[in-house]
Design a protein around this ligand. Structure first.
Ligand code: TUI
Length: 315
């Protein structure tokens, strides 16, 4: 059993969050992870208040355990989504792709436990001051919107920068990754890519197959020119985007247009040409489709075994 300040503060069995992934993390997956003892997270992504309210209620029908909502701060519906989180008294909120301070002013006094994703020590310190109960230090190995630093470099620096507990994310898909994160000072982990292949994950089979067939070098980052770099599987779409980014005659608007709706095209339609199949660098480690509970168990038991055997290195 790995009891940490994260399990204590949130009332969960295992210090393992399932990342809030747009068009991936919905109520069925999130409730399965929460029922398995981790923290399942629903993604509010770029949809509106009604969508999120429906998802929160669906999740509550399936689990009586704590769960979270991820608020993507670049969403056009962020204001209304922030309000729904309050009205529904969501136990835990994670945030991504921006600074959550404005919304924390309402969430924190309402007793919502806020756990922002941070790409740097400065932002970690800032959200700690604003009342975060923990932070997720996410390295650029992760899928989706990424910062500059790797998990290996970021996590120990954030651990030293703040008093609140730190979860590590980016490149963690098995017990070795969890154990390594703990060695860096993390008290929990957030896992995205491996849950793409959870049985309860509702994405198109083409997406799962891309993960199962992935090699180590199959993801890449596009969108740096637009100010929001995103890691995804290299596909016809991302190759086209990369070309356009290097072409000074192409406008940012034209590149943005290519990306619009691409996450939905991947996760719902399985569109191999036009979809953006976001995934982390660790995708090749994911070998099978299995229940979310098995993923949680394997990762945590693996870490416990490695950590309890770690004394062998100093004997
Ligand atoms: O948010 C994520 N991953 C995401 S969000 C997303 S949706 C999207 N679609 C198109 C373009 C951009 C995003 C897909 N994947 N992970 C958490 C995360 N947050 N990673 C990095 C950050 C972050 C970055 C900057 C957090 C705070 C931050 O503050 C600095 C600032 O200037 O806002």
């Amino acid at each position: 059993m790995m009891e940490t300040r994260v399990t204590q503060a949130l009332g969960i069995r295992y210090p393992l969050f399932q990342g809030g992934m747009a068009w991936v993390s919905e109520a069925i997956l999130a409730s399965a992870v929460s029922n398995a003892g981790g923290l399942g997270i629903i993604s509010a992504m770029n949809l509106d208040a009604d969508y999120l309210r429906g998802q929160i209620r669906a999740c509550r029908e399936r689990t009586d355990k704590p769960f979270g909502v991820n608020v993507m701060l670049m969403s056009p519906h962020v204001e209304e989504v922030a309000q729904v989180v309050l009205e529904e008294k969501v136990p835990v909120v994670t945030t991504g792709a921006g600074l959550p301070g404005k919304y924390m002013k309402n969430w924190v006094p309402a007793g919502i436990k806020v756990v922002p994703v941070v790409p740097s020590t400065a932002i970690a310190r800032r959200v700690e001051r604003e009342g975060a109960v923990a932070v997720i230090a996410e390295g650029c190995e992760s899928g989706g919107h990424v910062g500059e630093l790797t998990t290996m470099a970021l996590v120990p620096q954030v651990v030293d920068a703040v008093q609140i507990p730190v979860l590590a994310a980016g490149g963690i898909a098995d017990g070795r990754g969890v154990a390594a994160a703990f060695m860096l000072g993390a008290e929990g982990v957030q896992v995205g890519t491996r849950f793409l292949c959870a049985e309860e994950c509702q994405i198109h089979i083409n997406y799962k197959e891309k993960v199962l067939k992935a090699r180590d070098i199959d993801t890449g980052v596009t969108g740096r020119r637009l100010g929001h770099p995103v890691r995804a599987f290299k596909t016809p779409l991302t190759r086209r985007m990369a070309e356009m980014e290097y072409d000074s005659t192409v406008s940012n608007e034209e590149i943005e247009k290519l990306g619009t709706g691409a996450m939905r095209k991947a996760a719902i339609d399985g569109n191999l040409e036009e979809g953006s199949f976001m995934a982390g660098q660790i995708a090749a480690l994911v070998k099978k489709i299995q229940p979310a509970s098995e993923i949680v168990q394997e990762m945590m038991q693996g870490a416990e075994r490695l950590l309890s055997e770690a004394g062998k290195w100093v004997r």
